[in-house]
Design a protein around this ligand. Structure first.
Ligand code: BYC
Ligand code: FE
Ligand code: FE
Length: 471
């Protein structure tokens, strides 16, 4: 079970060959995936890239590294191992055995959650399609493609569930996942952040820090699901997700490091003319990516999430470590609300407040990055810190939608907002400037002017390693 069968057309550890119908259905989806990858995946032609491929779902030694041609990457279906007596940890089915099939009454909701999750994965590949043209180093280029192939595999993870457990509707939804496109007018991706462009590498690092981190938290709740195949799929996806977090965290580390070095060297904040990204621009990118990622948590109060939890479909972050009854029918909590143009809190049943609960976990985690970046700044003697904006800033979903808050959390008039937004969100000039720095650096061991080299290479290889060969 833990070893992945690579001799089949679709690598898997779910005994796909025992179910010929399912195998045939997925084999007929496979060429559609490959043609989507060809059209919407990485645009830069390469001969091969140094990538990891999952070879086992065991904790240690699960990945193999080697140079592969991107279209020949072995995307497959890998679920964490089944625990024989897994029970449901929360909701009204708490204590019952986890489900190996989809109960009829939860079919629509489960399918919807899987479709939303599945939609984000190819969306991010589409958003990042052109970044290969301007990578700051071969190391970064390789990381981009690693993230892309794994997001492609996460699409496979959801498509497997749709095909295996949701019949005809599931197969139709699997097709549709390849037909919606990020930013499309007619058929956009489902969630807001996945229709925003990722035009440059600062945006890419911010996206992998803030938006992939939403993925980490949402997968963390789905890994608790009573529907065991979903739980096991998400558990394994989280293992891959750790690398995406690393790309974001260390990517921003390296930009901040370079910015701080240039500020010291030239004794000025105005480092644009020395080929660095000014701290104020980094802060504006951070404000944007954090705020659109907060929208991915849905509304502060949501009957959807209450039902998902009560029915066992979606748990809380680290459900089993929570010290309460895991049913929450009696609890009340305070949630954010806006009344008379002011921020207040109102008491709400705990069940409907679970989106805010998850968002709070996420925010705390985001703060750890800010702390590390500020340490880098402090080490260079710079005492202007980066900060997370207030969670009501620039929001389009939930209690703060339609309000105008400053990054400090003050409520503003429309005029004040319009006057301030260029100081708070990336302006066209910021984007044009960052874009002007984006020139590819593809000689092994060399790096662009605006970012420091990584402290470590991949899989013990040095930074100078030939992580990719261009075609
Ligand atoms: N944009 O009841 P509410 C990842 C909709 S990222 C557009 O508050 P709910 C990845 C909402 O659907 C993780 N629409 O929402 C990262 C609902 O629509 P209906 C992705 C939005 O359901 C990087 C209505 O507004 N996975 O993996 O409690 C790279 C009312 O909302 C948005 C998941 O999200 C939005 N931002 O919570 C690659 C997990 N927000 O019912 C990959 C699955 C809300 O009126 N999804 N709406 O038609 C869910 O758990 C929930 O559906 C949500 C929303 C958390 C998204
Ligand atoms: Fe993913
Ligand atoms: Fe990811």
């Amino acid at each position: 079970m833990s070893t992945i069968n690579y001799s089949e057309r679709i690598p898997n550890n779910v005994n796909l060959s025992d179910d010929r119908r399912l195998q045939r259905a997925l084999e007929s989806w496979q060429p559609k995936f490959l043609s989507w990858w060809g059209e919407m995946g990485p645009a830069l032609p390469t001969t091969d890239v140094y990538l990891r491929t999952a070879v086992s779902v065991q904790r240690d030694g699960w990945a193999h590294f080697g140079h592969v041609a991107l279209p020949e990457y072995r995307w497959g279906i890998f679920l964490s191992e089944r625990q024989s007596e897994r029970t449901i940890a929360f909701g009204r089915h708490k204590g019952e055995k986890a489900w190996q099939q989809v109960p009829g009454e939860h079919r629509a909701d489960l399918q919807r959650l899987i479709v939303i999750q599945g939609d984000t994965e190819p969306a991010s590949v589409e958003q990042q399609r052109h970044l290969g043209a301007t990578a700051p180093s071969l190391y970064d280029l390789r990381n981009l493609f690693q993230v892309n192939v794994e997001e492609g595999r996460h699409l496979w993870a959801m498509v497997y569930l749709l095909h295996a457990y949701f019949g005809r509707d599931g197969r139709d939804e699997a097709e549709s996942l390849l037909l919606r496109n990020s930013g499309s007018e007619d058929a956009p991706r489902i969630l807001g952040a996945f229709n925003e462009p990722t035009p440059d590498w600062l945006a890419f690092y911010m996206f992998t820090y803030f938006t992939d981190r939403d993925g980490k938290y949402q997968l963390g709740t789905l890994k608790e699901s009573a529907f065991d195949p979903l739980a096991r799929t998400c558990d394994f996806m989280l293992k891959e997700e750790a690398h995406h977090m690393m790309v974001g965290t260390t990517g921003i580390d390296r930009v901040v490091t370079r910015t701080a070095e240039l500020m010291r060297e030239h004794d000025t904040d105005d480092i644009a003319r020395f080929g660095g990204i000014p701290l104020a621009v980094i802060q504006r990118y951070l404000n944007f990516h954090y705020s659109v990622s907060l929208d991915l948590f849905g509304s502060e109060t949501s009957t959807n999430v209450a039902n998902y939890f009560t029915n066992g479909l979606k748990g809380r972050w680290q459900e089993e470590r929570r010290k309460d009854d895991h049913v929450l029918t009696d609890g009340h909590v305070m949630v954010d609300a806006v009344a008379d143009g002011r921020l207040t809190t109102v008491e709400t049943p705990a069940l409907v407040a679970l989106n805010q609960d998850l968002r709070a976990e996420y925010t705390a985690d985001c703060g750890s990055g800010v702390t590390r970046w500020n340490r880098i700044l402090a080490d260079h003697g710079i005492d202007t810190p980066l900060t997370l904006p207030h969670h009501g800033f620039n929001r389009a979903v939930g209690a703060f939608a339609g309000c105008h808050l400053s990054p400090a959390g003050e409520f503003l008039t429309v005029e004040q907002w319009e006057a301030g937004r260029h100081a708070w969100l990336p302006s066209d000039a910021d984007m044009a400037f960052v874009s002007s720095l984006m020139r590819p650096v593809y000689e092994p061991g060399r790096i662009a002017s605006w970012v420091a080299p990584p402290r470590q290479g991949i899989n013990g290889q040095p930074f100078e390693y030939e992580y990719a060969h261009l075609a």
